[in-house]
Write a protein that binds this ligand. Structure first.
Ligand code: B12
Ligand code: SF4
Length: 503
């Protein structure tokens, strides 16, 4: 039993300067605050001294909760857990978020983890906190895993709650000034709908949310987003929705509502290419008037063969050309994600994709692409074939640290070929302009130099030639003249990340 009503939350760095408040932790904080708990959030992105802070804050707390997704976030997670356990072996450590949700048993096996929470954490976290205070057993808390006498216990699944029934997120806990200092832009994420009706074979979405798309009513979205942006002086809201355009009528009504409310902020969405293609230029213009800045779409490949393997039968390249043209006409940035190295993608298929990217960028200046290396996430349909395709599945939590789409190494994409793809991706980065969320901090000279290197980069991409990459060297030098603001938290220099959507 521990009478403390203080809960400490930690969020490891997202390895991105596109810093903003962690929505998952803001979500689970509300029920705790309503029940009289005190919540402290320590985010390593804005607190380089995070280890000392966590160790200081846990001294009089009930427990420590950590939010993480698969990949480099695990590194700081392990570090913090171990430090806390060194201080007090029986201090409860709880892990929640996508990774523990998708791999509950393996995560719980780590000897520095006491409890994991699967899926939505609002009710589970409060119930866990109540039981810990009472010194009561956790067996009746749905959707969690815990240890008793070193044995793992997973409780029954907690039914997924529609977004409408969820409490508002505790945005007031976020230090937006600190995020702005890192990112150069004052922005936040907002969720207006949950889940996605599709089931792309590389995506984990269906594994956690099922495919049951549900959304907040138009009036609530308009009211909350206007209030949020005014209250915290935010210039941009990034809709964390997996597929914002599932209900087109709703999307347009939100736009009308925002215009009527004189909203004055920009917003970005993620949507599939087929749903974006349904928008007429007039509808896009309406969305633009309401502040819509960008539609992030996961094309992932331009090879029909790989598209089929990815279970993206709903996608049509011809439609993408047409909708890109309409977006650019309406002034909305069409932003696309690409995955290289998907199983079944050979050199020819990769070439098809690069040619497509080059063609789209040339024909529609303003369109942008962000690329990733295929990363087999637990819980995604392709992951069930991991063995068959030759992927060695990590056997412990720590083993997942290097699962990161910026540099994942695959059995069929490693060594020289991996380096070649990475160099090609670097050229794709500089060949055409892109608009990251983080404000461009480079001076005019550096920007002009980057523009100059765009021309040889395009030539190289057209000719598939990447030897002696001096333009990349020039760009790196320019970057080091004005280094990015966040300390180097995970061995890789931070850059504006990709949009996290559909990839
Ligand atoms: C916004 C976002 C980002 C932002 C995050 C910014 C920030 N400061 O938070 C940015 C752009 C940085 C980002 C980057 C990436 N992202 Co991202 N991102 C998302 C997105 C769209 C929304 C996350 C969110 O806030 N949701 C809303 C909140 C309320 O939900 P939640 O976080 O799931 O939290 C709930 C539960 O998980 C749980 N919970 C969460 N934490 C905790 C902690 C405790 C203690 C407890 C009890 C419960 C709990 O309770 C919460 C409330 O119900 C999700 C997709 C999605 N639908 O969630 C992908 C997603 C999380 N991202 C993903 C990926 C792959 C990436 C990238 C690798 C993409 C890339 N190509 O580089 C990078 C990784 C960067 C890194 N971490 O190292 C995957 C993760 C898959 C996995 N297995 O972990 C997701 C699920 C997308 C997908 N469908 O594949 N991302
Ligand atoms: S990748 Fe995007 S479209 Fe495909 S299932 Fe996931 S969220 Fe839906």
């Amino acid at each position: 039993m521990n009478p403390s009503r203080k809960i400490v939350f930690f969020i490891p760095s997202f390895s991105s300067i596109e810093a903003t408040a962690p929505l998952g932790l803001l979500a689970i904080s509300t029920p705790l605050l309503r029940a009289g708990y005190e919540v402290r959030i320590i985010d390593s992105t804005i607190a380089p001294d995070y280890k000392r802070l966590v160790l200081e804050e846990v001294k009089d707390a009930l427990c420590l909760g950590i939010s993480l997704i698969t990949g480099p976030m695990i590194s700081e997670t392990v570090d913090i857990c171990r430090a806390v356990k060194r201080w007090k072996r029986d201090f409860p450590v709880i892990l929640g978020g996508w990774h523990p949700s998708l791999l509950p048993s393996q995560t719980l096996e780590a000897d520095y983890v006491d409890i994991i929470v699967r899926g939505q954490g609002e009710d589970s976290m409060l119930e866990v906190a109540e039981r810990l205070r009472e010194g009561a057993a956790l067996d009746d808390v749905q959707g969690i895993g815990f240890k008793r006498d070193r044995e793992l216990h997973l409780t029954g699944e907690r039914a997924l709650q529609p977004l409408e029934l969820m409490p508002p997120k505790a945005y007031h806990l976020a230090d937006f000034d600190a995020y702005e200092r890192i990112c150069g832009r004052r922005w936040a994420m907002y969720t207006s709908s949950l889940a996605c009706p599709f089931n792309c074979s590389y995506c984990t979405n269906a594994g956690v949310y099922g495919r049951k798309w549900n959304a907040l009513p138009v009036e609530q979205v308009v009211e909350e987003t206007v209030d949020l942006t005014r209250r915290y002086r935010l210039e941009l809201l990034w809709m964390a929705d997996d597929n914002f355009l599932v209900d087109l009528e709703r999307a347009l009504k939100i736009a009308e509502g925002l215009i009527l409310a004189g909203s004055g902020f920009q917003w970005s969405i993620q949507a599939t290419t087929n749903l974006t293609a349904r928008l007429t230029v007039e509808e896009l213009a309406l969305l633009k008037r309401s502040g819509l800045r960008q539609i992030c779409q996961g094309i992932e490949t331009a090879s029909p063969k790989v598209m089929r393997l990815m279970n993206k039968g709903f996608q049509d390249l011809g439609d993408i050309y047409q909708s890109t043209e309409r977006c650019v006409k309406a002034g909305v940035i069409p932003s696309f994600n690409i995955i290289f190295g998907y199983p079944g993608e050979g050199v020819a298929e990769r070439r098809e994709t690069v040619n497509f990217m080059m063609d789209v960028c040339r024909r529609f200046p303003g369109a942008e692409f962000w690329t990733n290396i295929f990363t087999p996430y637990p819980g995604s349909p392709i992951f069930y074939r991991a063995k068959e395709i030759g992927i060695e599945v990590p056997s412990s939590l720590e083993g997942w640290v290097d699962y990161f789409p910026r540099y994942t190494v695959l059995p069929w994409l490693k060594g020289r070929e991996h380096r070649r793809v990475q160099t090609m991706r670097d050229y794709l980065r500089i060949a055409f302009d892109r608009a990251p969320i983080a404000n461009e901090k480079r001076d005019r000279f550096s920007r002009a130099m980057t523009r100059l290197t765009a021309y040889p980069a395009r030539w190289r991409l057209d000719h598939d030639f990447y030897a002696l990459p001096f333009e990349l060297w020039v760009n790196r030098k320019l970057k080091s003249i004005r280094p990015l603001p966040k300390p180097n938290v995970d061995a890789k220099p931070l850059e504006p990340a990709t949009s996290p959507s559909c990839s």
